[in-house]
Design a protein around this ligand. Structure first.
Ligand SMILES: Nc1ncnc2c1ncn2[C@@H]1O[C@H](COP(=O)(O)OP(=O)(O)OP(=O)(O)O)[C@@H](O)[C@H]1O
Length: 741
């Protein structure tokens, strides 16, 4: 099952000066205009061209709160009551309507997803209780918290009562839980509304230049449904998440406090983008643990249904940010999520005792459940619970069926499975390979090592990376490195957990260490720009560190040298003043300078944890050697001899320089629109091939390196086009000839 991704374009606001609307919607060709699935936006480099992005559904400026809820959220409620967890989250740049979509206004028509969801949940609980003649009781409770500056705070607590370090989060049976959250029972909509409204007052919001009521935190509402029949209770959770919006501080004019928030928001969204990239590229390691938001969201790891609502502003001033968001969403829709319903808990017996011992009332967690109708199997099958991967939400475009036609879901396992695919109108596929993700397997607790200092951790990380790179260097380019990778990743994760332990001890430098870890990972994978940003972000945590300064200086010089030598591929961003993506690394040129204090030369390093930075860089350290050069060496040995079959992710600088003929230009222009309809109009291109071409282009975006992953890759030569998956020389020739006739 893929994450269902829908886009919503907000209308022009009354006070909005700008009226230049550049984001439009359309059907994909098979769709009626009444149910658009495509967002169009001009190419910032060439307004004559436009890019198209296809999603499961697209809601234009006129769309109502009711229609979003009816089509996207309401169908998930029955699955929630069948034991599946549901996650709905709003993503988008600041001021694009996330809070409006999730929370909405006070009038009936303006109510957002959350109050409507609760209303629907209460209706269903009443129905269940009525239909079962009181045999089944359905209880609803909620917890509500925010992640502000990477710290978790209970929104049911007034800000004065908060501990500055926030609440700890833990892994519990493969799920991330927040310890110490208030869980409030709420049996009616009224009981929900009052504390929910109060909690929203507690949420961190501030006025920024781009939004008078900008959310400065990620807000997560968890609604727990407990259905009890006899001695069995099944629990499922609906999570409604209003993410903070990414912001480009070149546009916000943020002051220092807003800037710190902004850096934290952008960092977590950057990690989210990295996670999405890693998942879509099927990498073994996904950096969930690098921010609390990604740990909690666990995109692609959590079981159940996930819907992402991408909020967009229609106007030109958001052009590049909108493009970044669209690219991100495009990758997100490829994420597959396991579809596992939760198992019931026996109120009297081992299962119940275990759960109580683990969770207590202070831990918000989603207990695994199973529909009541098959619960007699539960005890015997508890440990090897069959994992199902329903294709509830496919990427394929489907017409939204009226709700009335959605079949009622039966209680049986098979029925719920069928209902999932029917009600959501998507296909069913088994994905046994996704059944057990490594991260879902309960890990043994890390060995206690009270002597482990940050310097040791740093040294360990360096050593591991050196070991890994040394192994890679000596390996035959064709030899499989999988087991080494896995070992490397395992070690990195172990180290991350140790950093986490430091974090839980409230060591303020834990965050700095995280930045260093990320920097090292970026350096190891050759992403110098990202590595540089991470080192810069780490600097305030190690302010007297000459070695860190030296590292930053070295990287800056290297990047400058690379730019001067035109090593970077001529991507859309290289000529174009496209700013760094808003959810990518914060802009250090203006924003971060405000919060990063550059240590003066005469300052000395006294923190024993910074030992690593006292030392002179090792002369022959693999880590300090040029990672790019190393990577290039690798690439060279792996590159196919024949130029006719170029790798899909090849460097675009390979493209020939001579100007393309008008026919070739037209062909490439059509391909670069990513518009399925236009691509299909080419000779010899059917629906499948057109989709494959668009997919390959998206893959190229994702494969272009994390610091630039939000820019659009373009095809600049026929050779490149030929090298795309599913396209060959003869197809390209056919397309060209077709244009000529
Ligand atoms: N669909 C819509 N219809 C009417 N008004 C809208 C709509 N979407 C957003 N708005 C208005 O736009 C403004 C910004 O919206 P909102 O605060 O929801 O943005 P946001 O994405 O949550 O921003 P931030 O990330 O800064 O919190 C608000 O005044 C809101 O009422």
């Amino acid at each position: 099952m893929s994450v269902r991704v829908v886009a919503r374009i907000r209308p022009l606001l009354k006070l909005e000066q700008e009226k230049d609307v550049i984001v439009t919607t359309s059907g994909s060709g098979e769709e009626s205009p009444a149910s658009p699935t495509v967002v169009r936006i001009p190419n910032p480099k060439n307004e004559a061209e436009s890019f198209s992005f296809q999603f499961n559904s697209v809601y234009d400026q006129e769309s109502t709160q009711q229609s979003i809820f009816d089509n996207e959220v309401s169908p998930t409620v029955k699955h929630l009551f069948n034991g599946f967890d549901v996650t709905i989250f709003a993503y988008g740049v600041t001021g694009t309507g996330k809070t409006h979509t999730m929370r909405g206004g006070k009038s009936l028509a303006e109510r957002g997803v959350i109050p409507r969801l609760l209303s629907s949940i209460y209706r269903r609980t009443r129905k269940i209780e009525k239909d079962s003649a009181g045999q089944t009781r359905a209880d609803v409770s909620m917890s509500y918290y925010e992640i502000y500056n990477d710290r978790v705070h209970d929104l049911f607590e007034s800000p004065e009562k908060r501990t500055p370090s926030g609440l700890p989060i833990r892994d519990n049976n493969g799920k991330t839980v927040v310890v110490g959250l208030t869980e409030r029972p709420c049996t009616t909509l009224k009981e929900f509304e009052q504390p929910y409204d109060q909690a929203n007052v507690n949420r961190s919001t501030s006025a920024t230049k781009l939004n008078a009521h900008s959310s400065r935190s990620h807000a997560i509402l968890c609604v727990k449904i407990s259905q009890t029949t006899g001695d069995q209770t099944r629990i499922s959770t609906a999570s409604a998440i209003d993410l903070a919006g990414s912001e480009d501080n070149r546009r916000t004019d943020n002051g220092k406090e807003r800037m710190v928030e902004s850096a934290s928001i952008n960092k977590s969204l950057f990690v989210l983008a990295q996670c999405v990239e890693a998942i879509s590229k099927k990498q073994t390691r996904v950096p969930y643990r690098e921010s609390k938001m990604t740990r909690i969201l666990s995109l692609g790891q959590n079981n159940g249904l996930t819907v992402m609502i991408l909020n967009l502003a229609p106007v030109r001033s958001y052009h590049l940010d909108t493009l970044s968001s669209l690219n991100f969403a495009n990758r997100t829709k490829k994420i597959e999520v396991n579809e596992i319903e939760n198992e019931p808990i026996f109120n009297h017996g081992t299962a119940a005792k275990q759960t109580a011992a683990v969770s207590g009332s202070s831990i918000q967690q989603r207990q695994p459940l199973r529909p009541l109708a098959v619960s007699h199997n539960v005890q015997s099958t508890k440990t090897d619970k069959p994992v199902k991967a329903f294709s509830v939400y496919s990427d394929k475009t489907k017409t939204i069926r009226p709700l009335a036609t959605i079949a009622n879901t039966g209680r049986k396992l098979e029925s719920s499975k069928q209902a999932l695919s029917e009600s959501s109108n998507f296909q069913t596929t088994m994905r046994a390979d996704k059944a057990m993700r490594p991260s879902n397997i309960a890990r043994p607790p890390p060995p206690a090592n009270p002597m482990l200092s940050k310097a040791n951790i740093e040294a360990l990380i360096d050593r591991r990376i050196e070991e890994q790179l040394a192994v890679q260097r000596h390996q035959d380019s064709a030899a499989p490195t999988k087991h080494v990778d896995e070992e490397f990743q395992r070690r990195l994760e172990k180290l991350e957990r140790r950093i986490e332990e430091k974090e839980e001890m409230d060591d303020p430098k834990a965050e700095g260490l995280q930045y260093l870890l990320m920097a090292k990972q970026h350096t190891a994978s050759g992403h110098d720009q990202s590595a540089l940003k991470m080192y810069q972000l780490a600097l305030p945590f190690f302010p007297q560190n000459r070695k860190l300064e030296h590292k930053i200086q070295k990287l800056e010089d290297k990047i400058k040298a690379k730019k001067a030598a035109h090593i970077s591929p001529p991507k859309m961003t290289s000529e174009n003043p496209v700013p760094a993506p808003m959810y990518a690394v914060p802009d250090t040129s203006e924003s971060e300078n405000a919060i990063i204090r550059k240590p003066t030369r005469h300052e000395t390093c006294e923190d024993p944890d910074d030992d690593d930075y006292y030392e002179e860089p090792p002369k022959l350290s693999t880590y300090d050697s040029d990672p790019d050069a190393m990577h290039n060496a690798h690439r060279k040995s792996r590159q196919p001899v024949s130029k006719a079959k170029l790798p899909v992710f090849r460097d675009l600088s390979d493209a020939p320089d001579e100007p393309a003929s008008p026919r070739t230009s037209t062909l490439l222009q059509i391909i670069n629109t990513r518009d399925l309809k236009q691509i299909r109009s080419l000779k010899g291109v059917g629906a499948k091939r057109a989709a494959a071409i668009v997919d390959a282009l998206c893959e190229m975006d994702a494969g272009s390196g994390s610091e630039e992953a939000t820019t659009m890759s373009t095809i600049t030569s026929l050779e490149q086009l030929e090298a795309l998956k599913g396209v060959g020389r003869s197809t390209v020739e056919g397309m060209r000839l077709g244009l000529a006739s």
